[in-house]
Design a protein around this ligand. Structure first.
Ligand code: CP
Ligand code: NVA
Length: 309
């Protein structure tokens, strides 16, 4: 049966760990100069309705490095922009392509693609989730904080909006059982259903209104933009609401001494994070960005062939 990656909450712990193990293995092979080309004569379609630098480029480069042909389909470039239904588009694309990677607004759209096509579908960000991001983030944490086996023992702190990336962190906390403290202003909480579902199995997911409380003794501090794609009109209002949800060196002083700072990027320096922290020795932000290439290779390999040895 074909597999999709729609959100992390649907994964078993061993599946999530396997993705990270494979990504670390493929990164090592790449660094050694080993060339793997399992996707000769295969095609990946990327359907993107929102902007992207990292996710798009890393998926395209990953597929090309593995010997395949990546095909980018921007919003407006297909007949979907002229109301062709998903169930028709999905059943056509499956006849040409081997995998679909989709970035869009509604989670339902990605789920419909998965429902109607016989090829794997990967969620490359929706308004609700960003699962691929958190997979490469966890891979990065494993590299910097004692390996895969230590992932569940760390304390993670989120500072900022209860957005798609926050929801995916909550899903990861559900699957791996780690402590997650989220500092989020009132009225900007994460998705209620996602949080309630995660709390059924992990009571160590907590919401705070004061960032200092959330980051106390944290091993990882994570932040993201205050206004996500699609919320541009709220930017000014959000700047007022979020002004204390700022990751700077003063906030870092409340976390564990060797705490690492993460951001999915793109960042607004001077808004959610200071330039000093982004460029500082505790920042692992650019390693995170790099690991998207290796994680995406692992996902593509697992979902299409799983035959890189
Ligand atoms: N982090 C991330 O998904 O970046 P892009 O929006 O550039 O893909
Ligand atoms: N929360 C951000 C993440 C960008 C990678 C957004 O959705 O715009």
């Amino acid at each position: 049966m074909k597999k999709d990656l729609l959100h992390l909450g649907e994964l078993k712990k061993e599946e999530l760990i396997y993705f990270i193990e494979r990504a670390l293995e493929l990164k090592e092979r790449f660094k050694k100069g080993i060339i793997d080309r399992p996707f000769i004569s295969k095609t990946m379609a990327l359907i993107f309705d929102k902007a992207s630098t990292r996710t798009r480029v890393s998926f395209e480069v990953a597929f090309a490095q593995l010997g395949g042909h990546p095909m980018f389909l921007s919003s407006g470039a297909t007949q979907m922009s002229r109301s062709e239904p998903v169930k028709d588009t999905a059943r056509v694309l499956e006849r040409y392509c081997d995998i679909l990677v989709i970035r869009t607004y509604a989670q339902e759209l990605v789920e419909d693609f998965a429902k109607y096509s016989k090829i794997p579908v990967i969620n490359a960000l929706t308004d609700l989730y960003h699962p691929c991001q958190i997979l490469s983030d966890l891979m990065t944490v494993a590299e910097h904080k004692g390996g895969i086996n230590n992932l569940s023992n760390l304390k993670y702190a989120w500072v900022g909006d209860g957005n798609n990336v926050a929801n995916s962190w909550i899903n990861a906390a559900k699957v791996l059982g780690f402590e997650l403290s989220l500092a989020i202003p009132e009225n900007y909480d994460p998705d209620k259903e996602v949080l309630e579902k995660a709390l059924e199995t992990n009571k160590n997911i907590k919401i705070f209104r004061d960032p200092k409380e959330a980051v106390k003794d944290a091993d990882i501090i994570y932040t993201d933009v205050w206004a996500s794609m699609g919320q541009e009109a709220e930017q000014k209002e959000r700047e007022k609401v979020f002004k204390n949800f700022f990751v700077d060196s003063a906030l870092l002083s409340h976390a564990a001494k060797d705490c690492c700072v993460m951001h999915c990027l793109p960042a607004h320096r001077g808004e959610e994070i200071s330039d000093e922290v982004m460029e500082g020795s505790q920042s692992i932000i650019f390693d995170e960005a790099e690991n998207k290439l290796h994680m995406h290779k692992a996902l593509l390999d697992i979902f299409i062939t799983n035959n890189i040895k």
